[in-house]
Write a protein that binds this ligand. Structure first.
Ligand SMILES: [Zn+2]
Length: 514
């Protein structure tokens, strides 16, 4: 875009409110960082740094600068990633400014920035794009209030998760001051999202009109019921946010949600052969809007975003740090076949291998190799859905903190090869009763199962509940061994025991279908 468009509110092409220049710029910064890491040169990074310099000269709290921030967050988290490489405080400060200025009702001459921008473009008062919420149009961009004053997560769901990912990043980088400012808000908005606005697959954003969150517990199953947009990118945003929160706090809830989204709302967005994709991930298909994967989309954000996330997966499996000389802390969040190597000085390193057929099987074998002088504190997550777990060799007196089992260094040294076994009985889960959805889903381990029309050509109603008492589509009551406790980290998943009366032998069972 023209540089001039940054400098004048009179410029007709100037629109931070809706246009995604800064969103695109954020992805370009991330591309430059990836290019720098892969090719060890500055061919892409150097021009991007000039672009960032222009942004620094344009936006900020100074009188002569524009007091604006992007309508679609992304550049904030990109600037913070850039700061990790450059250690240029200006990159940190610009990201911090974009976050703190957001939602300021008096940014420009006593007006909200987006209002001032709209007036500068000569647009009429009260005239907004159709997809902006009527009561407060800036809810769409999470700019209706300062982040610290927002009581609930609102608006466009991809924007919301990218915004909060940047907030979590800032808390990691700017330490105590940012934590004091934002940590409560992160907890509040995260809890509202996973407790009241998330599908039991991890999908978020029920409303198609603005690709975003509805009111609490408004979670229809399909488009022809008025909802279930659940964009693939939004689930990716949840994964990114959960991973950043895990860097701040070791809470199994974050890893549970990350895994739930990964298997049931992100990887589902791509076909096995990688050639077809979903943009929306509705749980129920319909004649009005079939659930099917397509080659491409006019707005093609989701397909490359899935590819990008798959490339990142190694970074989501564990977090680690050298907490002191010859002391390594490793937290295992996800189970998969993977190898982690941590340098511990000189030519020495700690290596942890895990091998498993997860999520098909709950047995995970670990192998730890470490120099004798190095203490390895290894912790691994017990998922919220697990009703049991055991170790071989047995671990007596295991210390479990927030569902992370801690293996002391002496035990790891004595048992460098061990196996974790987390049984995976199938279970029935259902949405929270407040959602008013008379459905259940079959889950096993982290997987929420679905049935698809393509595999069941005898079905002509997309597995819809045609009538609550219809014997024609009734199924026998299941005798599965169902866990009694609802998953604490996925509050919208309730075991069937908790809603036993919802079903009988003559009532139909609609299985979650994507
Ligand atoms: Zn997308």
């Amino acid at each position: 875009m023209s540089c001039q468009s940054f400098h004048s509110l009179d410029c007709v092409c100037y629109s931070l409110t809706g246009i995604k220049h800064r969103y695109n710029c954020g992805h370009l910064i991330e591309a430059a960082l990836a290019h720098h890491a892969c090719f060890h040169n500055n061919d892409l990074l150097e021009p991007i740094l000039k672009y960032v310099d222009l942004l620094i000269r344009t936006f900020g709290p100074g009188e002569e600068l524009i007091h604006g921030y992007p309508g679609h967050p992304e550049i904030e988290l990109a600037l913070l990633r850039l700061y990790r490489l450059t250690q240029d405080k200006r990159h940190l400060q610009l990201a911090s400014y974009f976050l703190s200025e957001r939602g300021n009702p008096k940014s420009v001459a006593g007006k909200h920035f987006y209002t001032a921008e709209k007036e500068a473009r000569g647009e009429r008062e009260g005239e907004w794009p159709v997809y902006f919420p009527r009561d407060n149009p800036f809810r769409y961009q999470q700019a209706h209030l300062p982040i610290t004053e927002q009581p609930t997560i609102e608006g466009h769901s991809v924007r919301a998760t990218y915004l909060l990912t940047a907030v979590a990043d800032l808390c990691s980088l700017d330490s105590e001051e940012a934590k004091a400012t934002y940590l409560d808000s992160l907890h509040r908005l995260w809890s509202n999202m996973i407790g009241k606005k998330m599908y039991l697959t991890g999908g978020i954003g029920a409303i198609e009109q603005y690709e975003g969150f509805g009111i609490d517990y408004f979670l229809p199953q399909s488009a022809n019921e008025g909802g279930c947009y659940a964009e693939t990118c939004a689930a990716i945003g949840v994964v990114l946010l959960a991973e950043r929160l895990l860097q701040l706090e070791r809470k199994a809830e974050y890893a549970d949600i990350m895994e739930l989204c990964l298997y049931n709302a992100v990887l589902t967005g791509m076909s096995h052969d990688g050639k077809a994709f979903t943009y929306t991930n509705q749980l129920g298909s319909s004649n009005a809007e079939l659930s099917e994967r397509k080659d491409w989309f006019k707005c093609a954000c989701c397909p490359p975003n899935v590819s990008r996330l798959v490339g990142y997966l190694g970074g989501f499996v564990w977090t680690h740090r050298n907490s002191a000389r010859n002391v390594v802390e490793i937290d295992v969040h996800l189970y998969t076949t993977a190898i982690l190597t941590i340098p511990v000085g000189g030519d020495s390193q700690v290596t942890v291998r895990q091998e498993t057929d997860w999520p098909n099987d709950g047995k995970v074998t670990f192998t730890v190799e470490a120099p004798p002088v190095v203490d390895v504190n290894l912790r691994f997550r017990i998922p919220a859905w697990a009703s049991d777990w055991k170790m071989d060799p047995a671990l007596d007196g295991a210390v479990v903190e927030d569902r992370y089992v801690a293996l002391p260094p002496y035990w790891v040294r004595r048992n460098p090869n061990f196996m974790l076994d987390i049984p995976m009985p199938s279970r029935l889960i259902a949405p929270h009763p407040y959602t008013n959805q008379p459905v259940a889903a079959v889950a096993r381990g982290p997987l929420v199962y679905c049935v698809e029309d393509a595999d069941n050509i005898w079905v002509d109603d997309h597995f819809k509940v045609s009538s609550p008492n219809s014997p024609s589509c009734g199924v026998p009551e299941m005798d599965a061994d169902i866990p009694r406790s609802p998953s604490s980290s996925t509050p919208l998943q309730y075991s069937k025991k908790s809603s036993e009366q919802m079903f009988s032998k003559t009532r139909s069972l609609s299985v979650s279908a994507q």
